[in-house]
Write a protein that binds this ligand. Structure first.
Ligand code: DGY
Length: 435
């Protein structure tokens, strides 16, 4: 598909993507998009760094550095960093009351940053890459340790989320059952801002928001005590997306430890990898033919195929029978859609082609899935995912996400991570290099 984008058009899109990244730059960190998301978001910044690496390496490192500046003393790296209050966004710093400088949210997000740090380090073994990677390494190590200890307190080898926002897939059907049990009777009055800017059909519902706020209030009221949240919080669900992104990031952190001579960290990281390799298979749901979320309060698995199931390849998980079934699910899901990869199974009754994480395709997830497929030798599927990603952007623009049936762009426009994914992976300039 990418092959059909002519060189002039591709160059135009390369320039447009770079302009979007520069326009969303707030001086050392990017916002995902103006107004709708006016702060620094965690995994958005990691993807932004990958995009910046194509145009300005120094700026790419800086994006990771500013993200990790906001690390909490317990190692957690928050999912939103509030450097100044902005009335366009709810819930802002006054709701979270993190007590940190800079103020932030109280949850994390999929830790893509170590993977991007490794990519940057390996791409630029110059006099700056070594000290910058060295400075980031202990922070990344502490963050990963926080995930393994506080989001997998029983050492099962699967990583839980304590709020749907921690997964990055806010209103995925994966969380419906567990969220339906969240008590919203004490939710304080609030006013959403997102639906002032984006059509309500593309955003989570009011019922979703009430529950999001109820879960935040629990965290805030216990002073963001991670272990209290893990043991008694209203929501604690093992997420295949987080489990796989962290497993991959641990492998990349291990490679960095080797390259940087950080010998003391090697055993600990190897232990995390071994635990995930042994435990991640417990998320396999044979009826769904996919890796599914599991509610750690009652053991119930979700029943639908989410796009993050296909990140098992990116994670380097070796489980031949499950891999065959997972690839069959991907093939079926792609056959039902014009554009790869729907965030939720288009043949499931809960599929919703435009509503946030209940169906639409997201370029950043496509990038991770595509990389994993290519690395494991599924060249045709990798080519489809990458080609469709380029086609979506070429036809609709740099939207936050896209309808996988029609290709219509949805959510915010001029989106940093879509521009970054174009620059780093979907632009035809990369196409000849690898699938
Ligand atoms: C939002 O506000 O919609 C964000 O996705 C939370 O991270």
């Amino acid at each position: 598909m990418n092959m059909m984008i002519n060189p002039e058009r591709a160059a135009e899109l390369d320039a447009q993507a770079a302009q979007i990244m520069q326009a969303n730059d707030r001086g050392g960190f990017t916002v995902p998009t103006a107004r709708l998301y006016p702060y620094q978001w965690n995994w958005d910044s990691a993807f932004a760094a990958r995009g910046f690496a194509q145009i300005d390496k120094d700026r790419a490192w800086q994006e990771l550095e500013t993200l990790l500046e906001a690390q909490w003393p317990n190692g957690m790296v928050p999912h939103i960093i509030f450097r100044r209050d902005d009335p366009d966004y709810f819930p802002g710093p006054r709701i979270w009351q993190s007590g940190t400088t800079p103020p932030s949210s109280g949850y994390s997000q999929p830790p893509v940053a170590a993977t991007v740090t490794r990519d940057l380090f390996e791409a630029g073994p110059d006099e700056t890459a070594m000290p910058r990677a060295r400075a980031l390494f202990p922070k990344l190590l502490a963050w990963h340790r926080w995930f393994h200890e506080q989001r997998d307190p029983d050492g099962q080898g699967v990583i839980a989320i304590a709020h749907p926002w921690e997964s990055g897939r806010d209103n995925s059907p994966d969380w419906d059952e567990a969220m339906s049990r969240v008590d919203t009777s004490k939710v304080e009055p609030y006013e959403r801002r997102d639906t002032d800017q984006i059509h309500a059909e593309m955003r989570p519902t009011k019922a979703d928001y009430d529950r999001y706020i109820a879960v935040i209030q629990f965290g805030r009221d216990c002073g963001w005590d991670s272990m209290e949240i893990a043991r008694n919080g209203p929501f604690f669900v093992a997420d295949p997306g987080l489990t796989f992104v962290l497993l991959r990031a641990d492998r990349d952190l291990l490679a960095l430890a080797d390259a940087l001579g950080e010998r003391a960290a090697v055993g600990e990281i190897e232990g995390w990898i071994a635990r995930a390799e042994a435990g991640a298979g417990s998320l396999w749901n044979p009826e769904a033919g996919a890796y599914c979320a599991r509610d750690l309060r009652n053991g119930l698995a979700s029943d639908g195929v989410s796009s993050v199931s296909f990140l098992s390849l990116y994670a380097g998980l070796k489980a031949p029978a499950q891999e065959t079934a997972n690839i069959a699910s991907l093939t079926r899901v792609l056959a039902a859609c014009r554009f790869a990869v729907p965030s939720f199974d288009p043949e499931h009754p809960k599929f919703d082609s435009l509503r946030y994480w209940r169906g639409p395709a997201w370029c950043v997830v496509n990038e991770l899935i595509g990389r994993g497929l290519a690395e494991r030798g599924y060249g045709d599927l990798a080519g489809r995912v990458r080609g469709d990603t380029g086609a979506l952007i070429e036809q609709a623009g740099f939207y936050e996400y896209f309808c996988p049936l029609t290709g219509r762009g949805a959510g915010g426009g001029d989106f940093t991570w879509t521009a970054a994914t174009w620059l780093a992976w979907a632009s035809p300039k990369h196409f000849a290099a690898s699938a």
